[in-house]
Design a binder for this molecule. Sequence first.
Ligand code: AZC
Length: 809
Amino acid sequence: MQFTKEYFIQEFKKRLNEGYAVDIKQASNFELYQTLASIVRSGYNNAWHQNIKNNAREGNKQAYYFSIEFLPGRLLQSNLLNMGWYDTVISGLKDLDIDFYEVTEIEKDMALGNGGLGRLAAAFMDALASSGLPGNGNGIRYKYGLFKQKIVDGYQVELPNEWLNQGNSWEVRRDSKAVDIHINATEVSLLEKDGHLVPVYHGGKVIRAVPYDVGVVGFQNGCVNNLRLWDAEIPESEEVNYRTLDERRKIEDLTSILYPDDSTSEGRRLRLLQEYFFVSAGIQSILKHHKKAGHNLNKLADYVAIHINDTHPVLCIPELMRLLLDEEHYGWDEAWEITTQVMSYTNHTLMAEAMEKWPIHYIQELQPRIYQIICEIERRYVESLEKRGQAELIPSTRIIADNQIRMVSLAIIGSHSVNGVAKLHTELMKSQVLNDFYRLFPERFNNKTNGITERRWLQIANRELSKVLDKTIGKTWRYAADDLEMLLKYQDDEKVLKEINHAKYQNKVRLAEHVKKSNGLKISPDAIFDVQIKRLHEYKRQLLNLLRIIKLYQDLKENPNLDIQPRVFIFGAKAAPGYHEAKVIIKCINEVGNLINNDQTIQDKLKVVFIEDYSVSLAELIIPAADVSEQISTATKEASGTSNMKLMLNGALTVATLDGANIEIKDQVGDDNIFIFGLTKDEVTAHNQTQDYCAWDYYNNIPVIKRVLDALIDGSIPNIQVEGRHVFDLLTRFNDQFFVLADFEGYLAIQEQVDQAYRKPLAWAKMSLINIAKGGHFSADKTVQRYAKEIWHIKPVVEKDEAKYDSYQ
Ligand code: AZC
């Protein structure tokens, strides 16, 4: 049946009454939201079901993206958009006197991720379905998402994020697909059974993994894929073994939190258990599914591609080996061949401390059989290098060293493809950090620059700009992001440029209203909105931004009439709970903000806003309102970055170091439409090699640096006696690991250019237009299509067909 407004209104009233026994006037926003979500779900369930059946019937090869994080944010609007129902629903609700946007606010963000890694995984889910590709997600259904951040007296306080307490409208529990996982056996012995040696586990316990599936709706093509998130439960047969609440809670805790506290060994063990839990559950269910479909596991690679998103799911490799060896009775060589053909791995960071290593006794305790298999992979690997005459590469590439399992080594050795997430990152991987692996397996290495869900970030988040685009270049950009380039024709069209500026202004007004409500702070939409939104990390250098703010403040105190463009500095950032330095930086930002925001003498020329509890939904509010995008990481440290792409797509101009995907953004927009500064990767590498960097020299020899740093410790910024000293020490005594001081003057100079450029609204709008026009280049659709073709070898199974969701059930 055609999904018309009349039909929607009738159905909406009916379901509201059936579900809640209220009429529209009395219904709460929550009831309205639930009713709307149920209609949306019924609209795609049939397509979802058909998709699962078709894939099984036709034996389509499918990709499974294993990720410990998925960060989709809210789904109502994107589902409506993808189903082609958006306008009909808004207009229907309007007829019913319901404010659609108020209703959407009820939905809690699915915040099962921390930052770029999790957001990328969610973007890939959307892009796979939107490209008609059979690709599914596999992860954990955390009861609490990434913590809720409160700022109290300038400090970050972490509160539980109870995103599930009102239920999740988009998930379906599938009891019939539950699988059991054996952990903590004290011993494994091999017994002969039916002519095979089978392992027998002694001791330990069994946990039941129960999947909750979320339909991933493709953009107007009728393709609905599956995001499977696992929860842990106690199997009925095991209940007697969990007699106390405490024992039961241990199982519940398994899927409670995204990042267990890694400062205790208990927390670290829990994290490893989470990794094994969702990996084992996922692989078991994939094998079950393919066996049921009648596929021969010899040919697993013809039907299945498993992607290891960063090292957290690396136990996929020994787990698949375990199942093939122990349950399917393959010989080692055959099992290894199948495993390496199926597995591929993405690296998301080259920071040494972020590369997972696990003490071998953790793995031994967790699953001794997995440990045995890892040892055998290692033994054979070492032997093969000796045979190849490359024994010199053993120490740097082997899996087990210093009583630890190096997860990166296991990932590379057990996969047929290893990719980085931006050109520079892949190049560094090959030439520096993973160079020895590259020498051994050059054919495995490839680049896949990240991408973003441009539909969410433009069509949903930036309706003002979308209207301008529709009017100027027609609507095809809504389907084909590359068509945004049609905008280039209008780069000198004053009318269009003014409209772009006007759209930005309206978005700034909207953000200003939010800031007034949330921070009690009045900010002017006429000021430059200068935005840095990302995880708080020293390498991302929020500190560089902060030092410049202090410098500007000092200048203004000296000369209140200083001619600078008023600026509002907007930060959104969470610090990992155990990351002390990051929390110290948050405190400093907030106290500098308090000082500046309350100082009447600087005539509102500066404001500092720290937006609490940064999330995907807040990003949807902030990004369209940004004039300046801060992408100022130390060159070589940011693997790619993705907020850089979202911000440019929304017309913000980027202030950037030559790091991560910033370089590719520069290549797209040209040198005149981006503000580049700072040390290059070669300069950073040289400093690291020669150890010649001396932060004190900058402090002692450059007055502007001394003046700013002194402000951290001389009491001129209240309430940061301890934190100011800490930051001061990081930048001097501890020799400024991230070269903040080396880049400071370059940063000041480039920001001065930004200041000048902003004074010419049409010239600014032209740069902005060029950024928008080039934004389509970074569409996640294109990125996953490259993964599909070059790594997973999967093909689209659904062609674009707008009619598909119209067959309303
Ligand atoms: C991030 C990288 O820091 C970022 O540069 C990249 O764009 C993103 O992955 C996607 O590839 N890494 C993380 O977010 N890592 C964690 C653990 O959150």
